[in-house]
Design a binder for this molecule. Structure first.
Ligand SMILES: [Zn+2]
Length: 294
């Protein structure tokens, strides 16, 4: 679907509301967002509004956006949809400044597209989690600002790795499958172990890592092989970490190229965005999947 086709699918606000209703309640059964009651009735005078009598005796009225991230916003659903569609299409990510230029008036605060994009990223975060199968690569990386750009009293004088002020991120990727990544506070064995045991199925065929000592106990739970990057070994048959490294480089290019500086506070949201896009890369209905999570 290109942008023209996308726009044709949503000629007006009412089309957006219908789409959202279909995604929220795929079986057509509208339920009260407050109490979950299924016996609500549509208000004839107000399209996409319903009333629940169970959680409020005088009737609780709610609209199709109640209980979604679109609630309490002054912006039409169509603007949200355009921002979401654009983020999902942009493999390297899209800066909020660019979104601002594309879809908002010059007088709009730069905070507005920034806020909307972050709400959408947060919605992508809560996807159902499945343990990874097949051949899984695990690797950790560090993301953050360059020391030379820091104010003098914030400089760490450590280049790369722990203690450099960068944020540690760990990820696991199933070849031809999904990726899972998250921030870690350190790269000790307990932290790495915990992540792998949570993310990877015990029916996995192989877990491939580099020689980081934190992975040395994995073989107690998984078929585990490591390549020794320190010795110049990058591929040994099936054993390599090329896929997770490609994911890291896409993520880093996105963050450095588009977002310039991402604080640790917001990094999980960018991780969610890149993870969601990767995990839905073959999904023709990636937009619908994202809307369903909103
Ligand atoms: Zn209710």
């Amino acid at each position: 679907m290109n942008f023209n086709q996308f726009m044709a699918a949503f000629p007006d606000e009412s089309a957006c509301r219908q789409y959202l209703a279909d995604r929220r309640w795929p079986d057509g059964k509208v339920t009260c967002p407050r109490c979950g009651n299924e016996k609500v009735w549509a208000l004839k005078s107000r399209p996409f509004h319903w009333q629940c009598q169970q959680c409020n005796k005088t009737g609780y009225r709610f609209s199709v956006i109640a209980g979604t991230i679109f609630e309490n916003t002054n912006y039409p659903l169509l603007t949200w949809f355009k921002v979401l569609w654009t983020i999902l299409q942009s493999k390297k990510g899209m800066s909020s400044r660019q979104l601002g230029r594309m879809f908002f008036q010059e007088t709009t605060s730069t905070r507005t597209p920034w806020y909307m994009a972050h709400r959408l990223r947060a919605a992508m975060r809560d996807e159902e989690f499945k343990q990874l199968m097949g051949i899984v690569e695990v690797d950790e990386t560090f993301i953050g600002g360059k020391d030379k750009n820091r104010h003098w009293n914030k400089k760490t004088h450590v280049t790369g790795g722990e203690g450099s002020g960068k944020t540690g991120v760990i990820g696991a990727i199933s070849r031809k499958g999904n990726v899972l990544c998250r921030i870690i506070e350190n790269t000790d064995t307990a932290t790495l172990d915990r992540f792998v045991r949570e993310s990877v199925s015990d029916k996995v065929d192989l877990v491939a890592t580099d020689e980081h000592s934190g992975y040395r106990f994995l073989k107690e739970y998984f078929p585990h092989e490591a390549v020794s990057h320190g010795k110049g070994e990058y591929v040994r048959g099936e054993v390599h970490t090329n896929n997770i490294e490609s994911f890291w480089s896409l993520l880093k290019r996105g963050i450095i190229g588009q977002f310039h500086h991402v604080s640790k506070k917001y990094l999980p949201l960018y991780l969610a965005e890149f993870q969601f896009r990767h995990n839905h890369r073959k999904d023709a209905d990636i937009f619908g999947a994202a809307i369903a999570g909103c």
